[in-house]
Structure formats: C-alpha cells, structure tokens
Design a protein around this ligand. Structure first.
Ligand code: SF4
Length: 223
C-alpha cells in the first residue's frame, strides 16, 4: 500500500474540484488560479463561524468539534473538517479517546454546503474523504457522515459505501498523477461550466473556437 510523505500531500478540498472538472482542479491546485463567483462567496460566508477552531458546541448527546485537522497518508490528502460530531460509543473496539473529553467516542464528519443536495457526488466524495482520514488517524471505522445544506437547512445522511470509497481513492490517485505531471487538461465546454467560478479564466468556448480555426487552417495548408 502506498503511503505519501508530508511533502507529497495534496489539499483534501481539491477532491471536490477534480470530481467537478479536472481542468478546474488543475487551474486551482497546479496553476494557483482562483476566482470568486456568487456561489463561492456564499459558500465562504456560510463557513465563517464553522471555521473558528474555538467554536465547540455541546449538548447531552454529543459534542461538536470545529475545524479539525485531517490527514490521510494512504490517500495523500490533508485538510480541515468543518465539524466532527462526537457521540458516545457503545463498542469496545470502535472508538476514539479525546484528551479533553473523558469517555469513548464515535466520530461523524459534518460538512456545510450552500444550496441544496446535488445530482452528482461532488459533496459526498469530499465528506467520505474526510471520514477516511479520520479512520486512518484514529484506527476506527466510520460508516456515515452528514452534509448540511444552507438552502434546505437540513442535514443529509451519507453512507460511506464501498463504491463511494473507491471513487475517493480513484480521484485522489488522479490528483497525484496530474500534479506529478504538472499538466492542466484542456477545457471541455459542458453545462457545468455555467456555474464554474473559473469560467472567465478558463474560457472553454474560446478554446473550442481556436481549435476549430486551427483545424481549418491546418486542413487548408495541407491543400
Ligand atoms: S469553465 Fe468548464 S472546462 Fe473550464 S474549468 Fe470550469 S468546468 Fe472546467
């Protein structure tokens, strides 16, 4: 099994970018380009409280930890979780011990998102990657997480199925491959581009036109 070194770790948040579009991931994580649009601004606004490390909430049944640092050497990813819910574990095998809170705890990652549940698995894949980091860090197993959506104000349970876990592994392997090659894939204009924050930087329509002109000129030249 591959184990990545510190210097090879990539940002966990990138897994949602590469699941959305490989070119978007490469523009952000290889070329360091970023642009805000309404969707990203709303997303950042939603995270403003969640991302405060001091912000811990507690009730009779659970403790919520905010901004927990995550790492997986097997996936080669590091990042920060929005929130981790700790609930008492009844198992003698599957639990973690927290230095500040006595007892045995089960961990459940929670990720906050603007909008509502999506048709594609972009949000699920990020959450599952967080769960896989926690499993590796604490040698526990986690079967689910929650996605909380700002628009519906409802949290959705996401089961960490083998299919989802395999998708996380495939996407993280792909990220490492592209990063090693330092290669940004060419644009491919699709419906998703309309909501992409990098549309103006990427210019997929312009690329398609230029490719058409180049093809035309090369065919003309050969004539
Ligand atoms: S505009 Fe389209 S092709 Fe370009 S990065 Fe965004 S989603 Fe990908």
């Amino acid at each position: 099994m591959i184990e990545y070194n510190d210097e090879d770790l990539l940002m966990l948040s990138g897994i949602q970018h590469i699941s959305f579009c490989e070119r978007q991931w490469a523009l952000i994580h290889i070329e360091q380009q970023w642009a805000e649009n309404q969707l990203t601004v709303e997303g950042n606004w939603m995270h403003r409280n969640v991302d405060s490390p001091q912000y811990i909430s507690r009730d009779k049944e659970s403790i919520i930890l905010r901004s927990v640092t995550l790492v997986s050497r097997q996936l080669g990813l590091y990042g920060i979780s929005d929130a981790i819910e700790m609930t008492p574990s009844l198992s003698n095998q599957n639990y973690m011990i927290h230095p500040r809170y006595p007892g045995k705890w089960l961990l459940t990652p929670i990720e906050y998102k603007r909008g509502k549940p999506k048709k594609d698995p972009i949000d699920e894949v990020q959450l599952c990657a967080q769960g896989m980091c926690l499993e590796e860090m604490y040698r526990i197993s986690i079967d689910k997480g929650f996605l909380y959506y700002g628009e519906t104000r409802h949290r959705e349970k996401i089961n960490f199925t083998n299919e989802l876990r395999n998708f996380v592994k495939e996407q993280s392997t792909r990220m490492h491959l592209l990063y090693k090659q330092g290669k940004t894939p060419s644009p491919d204009y699709k419906a998703r581009c309309k909501s992409c924050s990098l549309l103006d930087i990427c210019m997929p329509k312009m690329f398609a036109k230029t490719t058409k002109v180049n093809t035309y000129l090369s065919e003309l030249y050969q004539l």
